[in-house]
Design a protein around this ligand. Structure first.
Ligand code: PAF
Length: 280
């Protein structure tokens, strides 16, 4: 497995592969890899001749009061996980490589970035779109892999690829969970024992929604109120949002119609966790 720290070196390696007619898959990450990332890398390696994993904590997608400095990092461990999961190249740039001092060009999107996480994290998706757009230009992958846990991000990237005519396929992959249902996330490591225990309510509330919908309930207010009640019972939980949106432009809905996304964001202390159920 190769490790490249520069855009030039990454392009050189990928160009050689492409000249041999090989297909290339990309798994963009911010490192501190867990089983969720691992499943993306394994799937990428199964579906492409060569797999590139980018490990870059992207400063542009963090807000002023967010955890950029404290974001967990362990590149040695990440490298081992990438190698074992079948990656061929890690692109591991420093912030200056991605954003030189005179950097002024951004990719951005309106409407579908305005609600859910975009509503509470202004500028977040501008940072995500810009870095992902750059990674697509640098690696020129045939396919790129993203987790369904970040459903809004997945939807935003699919839309960006369509609107700006990027020539690749975006592959959405299922959320990987702990045994008790909590979605795997690098941020889970921040949780205290009590927070970790109470955080399982996120998954339980989503299972409740899934069952209510399966039983024929179509009124968003009814399901949403019960979800809020369930989450609020946990003393350490502070709800950011419990939203029902259409799985297209991610606009709020009152009556459930397929495909729809039930999305939840809850803070436990300083840690903000998200999860969702996609009814399709
Ligand atoms: O999902 C993430 O880890 C990040 O948002 C991504 C896609 C790697 C862009 O920095």
């Amino acid at each position: 497995m190769n490790i490249a720290e520069t855009i030039k070196e990454t392009r050189r390696i990928v160009k050689e592969w492409k000249m041999q007619g090989l297909t290339v898959g990309l798994v963009p990450t911010m490192g501190f890899l867990h089983e969720g990332h691992e499943s993306l890398i394994r799937r990428c390696a199964a579906e492409n001749d060569k797999t590139v994993v980018s490990v870059f904590v992207n400063p542009m997608q963090f807000g002023k009061n967010e955890d950029l400095e404290g974001y967990p990092r362990d590149f040695r461990r990440d490298s081992r996980i990438c190698q074992e999961a079948g990656a061929h190249l890690i692109f591991h740039p420093c912030p200056e490589e991605m954003y030189p001092p005179d950097f002024f060009t951004y990719m951005d999107m309106d409407t579908i970035t305005e609600g859910l996480c975009g509503g509470n994290r202004p500028g977040h998706f501008r940072g995500v779109c810009t870095v992902v757009g750059k990674l697509f230009h640098i690696v020129s992958p045939d396919r790129a892999y993203f987790g369904q846990k970040d459903a809004q991000q997945l939807s935003v990237i699919k839309k960006m690829v369509r609107d700006l005519d990027f020539d690749l396929e975006i592959v959405g992959c299922p959320t990987v969970r702990e045994a008790d249902g909590l979605a795997k996330s690098s941020r889970n490591t921040y949780l205290s024992e009590a927070e970790r225990q109470q955080a399982t309510v996120i998954h339980r509330s989503l299972r409740y929604a899934e069952e209510a919908i399966a039983a024929g309930e179509r009124d968003v207010k009814t399901i949403r109120e019960e979800m809020i009640r369930m989450i609020s019972q946990q003393p350490l939980a502070d709800i950011d949002y419990v939203e029902f949106v259409d799985w297209g432009l991610l606009q709020p809905i009152e009556k459930l119609e397929k495909p729809a996304l039930v999305a939840v964001a809850v803070r436990f202390g300083d840690t903000r966790l998200i999860d969702n159920y996609l009814w399709e």
